[in-house]
Structures are given as C-alpha cells and as structure tokens.
Design a protein. Structure first.
Length: 312
C-alpha cells in the first residue's frame, strides 16, 4: 500500500521532471508604445533571458522583444518549440508589456497585429509538454485566464480582471524573484513558481503602500488546469499545488548540480522527492495520521540520502 501511494504521488501533475526532461522558455516583451515602456519591457526581457540561461545550461530559452515581438515571430517560435518538446518536457510562456481587454477578449499588444488569449492557447495546445506554465504580467491579464487554462497548465496573471488596465509593476518583481535568494522560502536551493508568485505579489502590494497609491493590480493564479482563480495558496483547497512543484531556477549547490552532468540525475530525484512531500501535505486531510506519518518519513529519509549523495 505504501509503495502504491508513493507511486501515485510521483504521477501528480507538475512533479519534477525526470533527468532527461528539458525546459523550454518563451518570453515575449510586447509593444511599449512609449520610449519609457519600450526600454522597461526590453530590459525585463533581457534580464529574464540572462537569468534563465544562467540557471541551467540545458534550458531552451527564446526571447522576443522590440521589433522581433511580432505575431509572425511569435508563431514561428511556438512552432519551433512544438517541433522539439516532448511530453515529459516543461514549457514556460512569460508575457511582458501591455495587454488590452474590450469586454469580450484579452489581447497581448505586439508590433503589428495583436494576439488574443484564445490564439495563444491554441499555440500552447500544440506543444506536447504536459507540464506548462503561463506567466502573464501585462495589464488586463486577468481576462486571459479563462482562455489559457488547460489541463496540466497553470496560469498566473498580474491583474484580477481585464478592467485593471494600468501598466503593472508585478513584472519587475517577478524577474526580481528569480534572482533574490529570499524568495526561496523553504530554503531548498530552488525557487518555485509559487514562491516567485508570492514574492512578486508581496512586493507589488508593498510598492503601492509605499507610494500611498490605490493598488491598480491584484495578482491571481489558476492552478492545475482550472479556470477558477485564487490569490493565495491553500493546502485545504489544493490551490498552489502545481505551482509549488514547478522549479524555475536553482540556487547555490542545486544550481551547481544543475550544470554538472554527473549530478543532474540526483538533482532530478531530489526535486521529485520534494514534490512528493509537497503533494503529501495537500493530501493530508484525506489520509489517516498513521499513513501520512509513514509516507512522509519514507520520503524524508529518501530525500536525506539523495542530499547526502549530492553533497559528496
């Protein structure tokens, strides 16, 4: 029974990928419209590009900004990833810039024709990777979630609705989260999508408080393919379960292991065990105290052994 339970946990969506799995990142910094926004969006995209490439040399990182941020180039980039990505791989789409909402549909503002959330969803659906994450940091991004939500895909938005139309600061803090070690709340040398979301959300709220301004953005997310949106993680409801097990960047020893071919398999096993432990926490209410303690102990012992091997 214990083995079956642990096996079931290993099949949980967004469990860390096996050693052979790869991650594909596509970042799009759309049309700025004004010099200040153009510079800001380009800088954020450039910072992300460097961070993601430095985090793991095996990452596939594509970044579109400035004149390259067109619908044609975006479609070509999606097709290239679709041609390469396998089912066990991971795909992350990050949108930076201005979004619009006309009361019916969300659109990402690009150089030339814009692209709607439903069209973006169609492009994402062509990518075989079962583990997907979309981070929409644009204005009006809350209106994109309903169209983008899909089984195996988590979606983060900087605003709670399409009517929050001001340029966001969430984008800046999302990038900061991937380079600030304080975002690693559980101190496991990696920053998950949930930790990055929580960091950026807290920083966004603090910004408006410090400026004594009414907040014009309220970050939300939809987890595990559901279009139902929430603002905070909850063990009881399961909100945040998939985001918590999606590793974005690795720090310290984990970062070094990610670049060492001899240790990548061990790192993948460590992240898988950490995901199993997270999954157990979300399933605790449905388990007997004895089963929970037994399975948690097994996973913790296995994690300690893997960590010991990594430290050698």
């Amino acid at each position: 029974m214990k083995a079956l339970a642990l096996a079931a946990l290993a099949c949980t969506p967004f469990v860390a990928a096996a050693a052979h799995a790869e991650t594909y990142y596509l970042t799009v910094a759309g049309l700025g419209g004004e010099a200040d926004y153009e510079q800001r969006f380009r800088a954020l995209a450039s910072d992300l590009d460097r961070l993601l490439k430095a985090a793991d040399t095996t990452n596939h990182v594509v970044t579109l900004s400035g004149d390259n941020a067109t619908r044609a180039h975006l479609t070509e980039s999606f097709q290239s990833i679709a041609d390469q990505a396998k089912a066990d791989d991971e795909f992350v789409l990050i949108l930076i810039g201005h979004g619009s909402y006309d009361g019916r549909q969300y659109k990402l503002n690009l150089v030339g024709p814009d692209i709607s959330a439903s069209s973006l969803a169609e492009l994402c659906n062509k990518i075989a990777a079962r583990h997907q994450l979309i981070v929409n940091t644009t204005s009006s991004s809350g209106a994109s979630i309903a169209a983008l939500a899909h089984e195996g895909r988590a979606v983060i938005a900087a605003t709670k609705s399409g009517t929050e139309k001001n340029a966001t600061v969430f984008a800046r803090y999302w990038v900061d989260a991937l380079r600030d070690s304080t975002a690693d709340v559980d101190k496991n040398d990696s920053i998950s999508a949930l930790e990055a979301f929580q960091y950026a959300t807290a920083k966004t709220a603090a910004f408006y408080e410090s400026q004594k301004r009414l907040a014009t953005e309220h970050p939300i997310f939809a987890d595990s393919g559901s279009a139902a949106v929430v603002r905070t993680a909850s063990v009881n409801s399961g909100a945040g379960k998939s985001l918590s097990s999606f590793v974005l960047v690795r720090l310290g020893a984990a970062g070094l292991a990610a670049t060492d071919p001899a240790k990548r398999a061990l790192l993948a096993k460590k992240e898988q065990l950490e995901s199993q432990i997270d999954a157990l926490k979300y399933q605790r209410a449905a388990m007997s105290p004895e089963d929970y303690k037994r399975q948690l102990t097994e996973a913790l012992v296995a994690l300690a052994k893997v960590q010991e091997d990594l430290d050698k």
